[in-house]
Design a protein around this ligand. Structure first.
Ligand SMILES: [Zn+2]
Length: 284
């Protein structure tokens, strides 16, 4: 029997629970912990989890600790905030099972896993892998859900072996192994910053077209007939918290003097402001 504890039953944790449940494995049990009782009650009610862990103590019965807690500040969703991740990991260090696996799915700044590794005192007890989620709400059924190619980094070889046994053998998720936890951390941040930059560029081009009185959608389709061009759609401004928060993480992590991401954030802000004020040049 493999017992999995999902910590943080938000969008990602919930999607993981749902996915694990769909695998219909009699030898796997999934439990969940969330600070919001209604969220775990929903999971129980829908039958996607086998049980609830109200307090993070007496955790020795679990084999895998899947950490899916949010890493944004509740007061400002675009601001990275890591305290909940560290709080959870301290509990796992105190109460977790020897040889258990910590699978961190939350997005974290480069270098965080190394701090976590020291915190967990890994040589003595627990394995650590970072396998950032790539879940995409709108297209989770088109191969962009939990099961899609994922990047995995590990503290040590023993951790990689344990992580692959969980994600690959048990969850059937195709993995791209990277040589360090830092590469896994960086990959997730760059993925989201890259997407943010692409959409912001489309928004900028749309504003430019509007000012010139040319239809953006026509220009876009025309440009995209070239083999190496892919201008994204400009919709309602860049939504959700992940793309912007991770772009902020990118900016905060490095020491780049000139940044396309900074310009992209500016472009997106102007675009949103124009949408709000409904300036005629931006109306559809
Ligand atoms: Zn290990």
């Amino acid at each position: 029997m493999v017992k999995v504890l999902i910590i943080g039953l938000g969008e990602i944790g919930y999607a993981n629970a749902k996915y694990l449940h769909s695998l219909d494995k009699p030898d796997v049990q999934v439990f969940a912990h969330d600070i919001r009782p209604a969220q775990v009650a929903k999971g129980l009610h829908e039958g996607i989890i086998d049980g609830v862990v109200n307090e993070l103590k007496d955790l020795e019965e679990f084999d895998v600790y899947m950490v899916c807690v949010p890493t944004h500040d509740p007061a400002d969703i675009f601001k990275p905030y890591l305290q909940p991740v560290f709080d959870v990991l301290k509990r796992i260090r105190e109460h977790g099972k020897r040889d258990g696996v910590v699978a961190l799915e939350s997005t974290v700044p480069v270098g965080t896993c190394s701090v976590i590794g020291d915190l967990l005192d890994l040589d003595r007890r627990i394995h650590l892998v970072h396998c950032p989620e790539r879940w995409y709400k709108q297209e989770q059924d088109q191969g962009h859900g939990i099961k899609q190619p994922r990047v995995i980094g590990a503290w040590d070889q023993c951790c990689m072996k344990a992580g692959k046994a969980f994600y690959e053998d048990m969850m059937h998720i195709p993995l791209f192994e990277v040589p360090s936890l830092e590469v896994a951390e960086a990959t997730k941040i760059i993925e989201n910053a890259d997407r943010f930059k692409d959409i912001a560029w489309a928004e900028e081009v749309k504003m430019w077209c509007d000012q010139l009185g040319i239809q953006f959608s026509t220009v876009r389709h025309a440009c995209n007939t070239k083999w190496n061009i892919d201008i994204k759609e400009a919709r309602d401004g860049i939504g959700g918290h992940c793309l912007k928060k991770d772009s902020m993480l990118y900016l905060e992590s490095g020491k780049t003097v000139i940044s396309m991401i900074k310009a992209a954030i500016d472009a997106d802000n102007v675009y949103k402001k124009r949408l709000q004020t409904n300036l005629p040049e931006i109306s559809k």
